[in-house]
Every structure is written in C-alpha cells, then in structure tokens.
Design a binder for this molecule. Structure first.
Ligand code: ADP
Length: 274
C-alpha cells in the first residue's frame, strides 16, 4: 500500500518556515459557514437548508452553496428546476425563498452519477466560490459532502471559512466519524462553532420520549473535544415530508417546534457574527 502523505496544518507549515497558502474569502458574503457531517444520512443537508431559511427569517441575507458534489440534494429539497444563468464568465445563483442557491445539481441531470477525481473537485469548488455572482450576503451556508475528503480539504485550504457546524445522529458508529471530523477541522484551522444532535429522540403518541439512536453521545463527543454542544433536533416525520415537497419545514411551517429550534440556532449564529 502506498503511504499516505499527511496534510500539514497552517500552524505546522508556519513552524517549518513553509508558505502558508493564502485563503480567499468568497466574494459577495460577509461570512462562510460549513455544515459538515462525518457520515451520510444524518440530516446534514436538511440542517443546512433549514438553517439557511431560519437565518433569512431572523433578518439575514443568505446564500446556500451545495458543495455535496457527489450527491447534491439542495435542488430537490428546495424544489428548484431552473438552471442558473451565465454570461459566459460567471454564474448567477438561483433565487428561491429569498435565498441565493448554487448546486452542481442545477447543471447536471438528476440521475447522473457524479464521478469526480480529486482535481475536478477542486476545480468545481473554485467555480462555486469564485465564479458565482453571490450578492450582498451576510452568510453563505455550505452543505459539505459527508466525510473528511477532498472538498473539506480544498475549502479549508483555499477559502476563508468562518466556522463549521458538525451534524450527527447519536449512534456510536456515527460518533466515531464525528471525532475524525472534529480533528480534521482543528488540524485545518477551521473554527468549529459546535455540534448538533439530529434525530436525537422521538416523542410517541403516548407522549413518551424514545431515544431511538442512543442518548447523549453527541454532547459527550462535544465535551470530550471541548466544543460547544448546540442542541438536539428530534425526529419529526414532517421534516422529511416537507423536504421531499421542495418546501422545507422552516419555510412551510415556521411555528412548528422543529422550526423554532432552527430559528433558535439561527439567532445564536446571527448574534455571534453580526
Ligand atoms: P445527509 O445530508 O446527512 O445525507 P439528509 O439531510 O439528506 O442527510 O437527511 C437524510 C434523511 O433524514 C432525509 O430523508 C431527511 O428528510 C431525514 N431527516 C433529517 N432530519 C430529520 C428529522 N429531524 N426528523 C425526521 N427526518 C429527518
């Protein structure tokens, strides 16, 4: 097996007298925040979309960048069928629910499998961050692919990232990956705003709380690494249904208990930055 070359953190590069790569901010936004998960299927895209809508509801101007280039789900979740316009140089984001959106899914057929080599990933990310006419935004929320791969690396090394939120479910197997995710962002020098425990419990018709995937694991991981635990989001069938309809729950039913949780997260983020 060829030995993998470890990535150097900026701090290590500086210590070794090596050049620390310059990081470009995404033009047209004040802050860029990554939503990451170490594993697929934990609700990362659902979180990114609803958080973006909640930030809009608390008065921020928001962009949503679907960087999950292997499995873009933002077009479906927001019910966007339109293609972004281009002047041959730059792409205009698609506006939906007063949010500026960009996704590789706008440019490809939904059923096309995304097979990317490392340099293609880098090139797609450069296009999305440098060649999109993002306009007058407070925040761009970036929906990252799951894991700790090329996309995370390119973003962390080339783009000025202002924070990352890690979403997980409480199973042991998901938590192992969460720890890897925390270590990756720490090593790459991206500030972790906190961890979110999604689908953490279910309230039955009997009004009892069922911890279907386990209990307290995400908070424990946050404590272990000295990160903030941002809170829990329960399992709610309405979340999936509204996402499938192209109108996420925060937009469809802002007074729902889940929407209120998202709006609470949005207020926390707004007051931390603006
Ligand atoms: P990921 O981006 O991590 O792969 P998704 O956001 O696509 O995950 O979510 C995976 C599935 O879980 C989707 O069907 C979504 O509707 C559902 N889901 C996410 N969060 C919740 C929740 N809090 N309650 C119920 N279903 C949820």
């Amino acid at each position: 097996m060829p030995k993998e070359k470890p990535e150097l953190s900026d701090a290590m590069r500086a210590k070794m007298g090596r050049k620390v790569p310059e990081k470009n901010p995404i033009k047209g936004t004040k802050f860029t925040i990554a939503i990451s998960s170490a594993k697929g299927g934990v609700g990362k895209s659902t979180f990114a979309t609803n958080l973006a809508l909640a930030l809009k509801k608390v008065g921020c101007k928001v962009g949503l960048l679907d960087a999950d280039i292997y499995g873009p789900s933002i077009p479906k979740m927001l019910g966007i069928e339109e293609k972004p316009k281009s002047d041959g140089q730059k792409l205009d984001p698609v506006n939906k629910y007063d949010i500026q959106c960009m996704s590789i899914g706008f440019l490809t057929d939904q059923d096309t499998p995304m097979i990317w080599r490392g340099p293609m990933v880098t090139s797609a990310i450069r296009t999305f961050t440098q060649k999109v006419n993002w306009k007058d935004l407070d925040f761009i929320i970036v929906d990252m692919p799951p894991g700790t791969g090329d996309t995370q690396l390119t973003f962390s090394q080339e783009i000025k990232m202002d924070g990352a939120i890690i979403v997980s479910t409480p199973q042991e197997v998901a938590l192992l990956d969460v720890k890897r995710g925390i270590k990756m962002f720490d090593k790459l020098g991206v500030k972790i705003l906190g961890l979110v425990d999604n689908m953490s419990y279910f309230i039955g018709d009997d009004n009892k709380k069922y911890n279907i995937f386990g209990d307290g694991g995400v908070k424990k991981a946050a404590d272990e690494f000295n990160k903030e635990f941002l809170g829990e989001i329960p399992i709610n069938p309405g979340v999936g249904k509204s996402g499938d309809k192209g109108k996420p729950i925060v937009e469809e039913d802002p007074n729902n208990e889940i929407s209120k949780i998202y709006i609470n997260f949005a207020n926390k983020i707004k007051s931390a930055y603006l």
